[in-house]
Ligand binder design. Structure first.
Ligand SMILES: Cc1ncc(COP(=O)(O)O)c(C=O)c1O
Length: 369
């Protein structure tokens, strides 16, 4: 930062890693065992630890968060059926639905929380009485309106699958955010708060779902029998070992992120600059997974992007465009999602981020407003 600009490009996130020696010690044990995949000791241990941390009875790790969604859709019998979801999420939520032959029906988001709006959901349920399930997303780790969603789903006997790719370790009124709905999935991609390089998991409140999940995840194979259609969605031992190394450090990552979020908060002068942040659900114990800011309009966001690029900072337009605007989606529109997608930016944010970069990012943005 001698010139006032970072020497290397600053992106929206930077992967956290354990000390190399710590990971190598695990890899050495895996090399000795020669057991690299197929429900090895490290996967079993990671599943146990995750069940404890997320306070859930059933959890199956898998190769990534997209496959986790696909496994969960199959587990709940939603494949091939109409499912109501949000247009303001990463494209993987949608691709999992389409890959499983579901018909996605978009309901708009709440402009404050950016999660599925219960009012829009209710309207979509009236307009689509054939919907079999709901796939809401805890966007940026914010909690969906879980009680309203549960009531609307129960009234109609619908399945609820939460995409909690961003919500690792979040709690709502003291309860794990992973304990709502019929199933919840997570992504453990290298960009996430907690990761296994590539990875994910499916969580359900029913201990007896574990057998079905294991079958779905491993070719539908049970010894020498093949009772159902499965896929290969297994996690390897090397990936699980990364998770075992990082999991105990998650509380420290959250603390470091919180400190950096507070630095952004004070440097951005939100109300004076016309910027705002999504409103967190009351009772949420947040994980500070992202630092999203909503600009007053699209032009202001574009000015900020140009100015930040000049100082070697490259934030990310999550989630742009609104999924309703994708070329392979026709005839659906969600005005709130489309408006927010045009003017939201996720600023550089990770546990070791240099406070000077935070200050430069904030002053550069404020100078454009
Ligand atoms: C909301 C959401 N769902 C699903 C996924 C897919 O996860 P993965 O990249 O592990 O397949 C992501 C990935 O970033 C995501 O942000």
């Amino acid at each position: 930062m001698d010139t006032g600009h970072p020497k290397h490009p600053v992106y929206v996130t930077r992967t956290v890693l354990p000390p190399l020696e710590e990971y190598l010690a695990c890899v050495r044990q895996i090399f000795v065992s020669r057991w690299l995949t197929n429900q090895g000791a490290w996967v079993v241990r990671l599943e146990q630890e995750l069940r404890r941390v997320l306070a859930v009875p059933t959890l199956a790790v898998c190769a990534n968060g997209t496959l986790a969604l696909q496994l969960a859709l199959r587990l709940l019998g939603l494949n091939g059926k109409p499912v109501i979801t949000t247009p303001f999420t990463y494209v993987a939520t949608l691709s999992a639905l389409l890959w499983e032959g579901c018909t996605p029906i978009f309901a708009d988001i709440d402009p404050e929380t950016l999660c599925l709006s219960p009012t829009a959901l209710e309207e979509a349920l009236v307009a689509h009485p054939d919907a079999a399930g709901i796939l809401p997303v805890h966007v940026f780790g914010n909690a969906c309106a879980v009680n309203s969603i549960q009531r609307l789903a129960e009234d109609r006997g619908l399945k609820v699958l939460y995409d909690a790719a961003h919500a690792f370790a979040c709690r709502l009124n003291g309860q794990s955010l992973f304990s709502y709905g019929h199933a919840t999935t997570a992504s453990f991609h290298a960009t996430k708060l907690f990761h296994t390089v590539e990875g994910g998991c499916v969580v359900t409140p029913h201990a007896d779902d574990m057998k079905s999940l294991r079958l779905l995840r491993a070719f539908g194979q049970d010894g020498e029998t093949y009772p159902c259609l499965g896929i290969n969605a297994k996690m390897s031992e090397l990936h699980a070992a990364m998770g075992i190394c990082l999991l105990p450090k998650v509380p420290a990552f959250i603390e470091a992120r919180k400190m950096r979020a507070e630095l952004y908060d004070s440097a951005l002068h939100m109300s004076a600059s016309g910027l705002r942040k999504p409103t967190l659900a009351p009772g949420l114990q947040w994980n500070y997974a992202y630092y999203p800011v909503i600009f007053p309009d699209h032009a202001a966001l574009c000015r900020a992007l140009t100015a930040l690029r000049r100082v070697n900072i490259y934030p990310r337009r999550y989630f742009y465009p609104s999924l309703t605007r994708l070329p392979y989606i026709q005839g659906q529109t969600c005005p709130v999602s489309e408006d927010i997608a045009e003017r939201i930016l996720c600023l550089p944010f990770w546990p070791e981020l240099d406070p000077e970069v935070i200050s430069l990012t904030a002053t550069t943005i404020c100078s454009c407003l």
